[in-house]
Unconditional design. Structure first.
Length: 127
């Protein structure tokens, strides 16, 4: 026994009281984007940043949702949210693109197909 241990602890051990139980519950598992999904999202994000349309993003992880929010400026509300919701994975698809007002633009099982709504129409470039 060390000299710095409180006396209360010594008395509790001497009285035969059991030690405090440890938290043995499993850690909370969070939903996240895997490397392949992040690669697809960041490819789209990088092209839109290069065009000057988007400037910032955030990542949020919860127990059943992962969200990639896209901003025009850091001080605004997100323009779009790319959501991976595992509770809807079997029925409607795990992925969704949600606009600023909460309108679901597209939902599906394949992330690349869902993100096609954000690519927009090609523009004519004149020289």
């Amino acid at each position: 026994m060390s000299d710095f241990e409180p006396i209360v602890s010594f008395r509790a051990r001497a009285a035969g009281t059991p030690p405090e139980p440890r938290d043995t519950s499993p850690p909370v598992k969070k939903t996240a984007f895997d490397r392949k999904e992040l690669n697809i999202i960041l490819h789209l994000y990088g092209s839109k940043v290069a065009q000057g349309e988007w400037r910032d993003y955030t990542l949020d992880f919860d127990s059943d949702k992962a969200t990639f929010s896209i901003y025009r400026r850091a001080s605004e509300m997100p323009l779009y949210r790319i959501v991976k919701d595992m509770t809807l994975a079997r029925r409607q698809g795990a992925y969704a693109v949600i606009a600023q007002g909460g309108l679901i633009l597209r939902r599906g099982h394949d992330l690349a197909q869902v993100l096609r709504v954000l690519f927009g129409k090609p523009r004519l470039v004149t020289i």
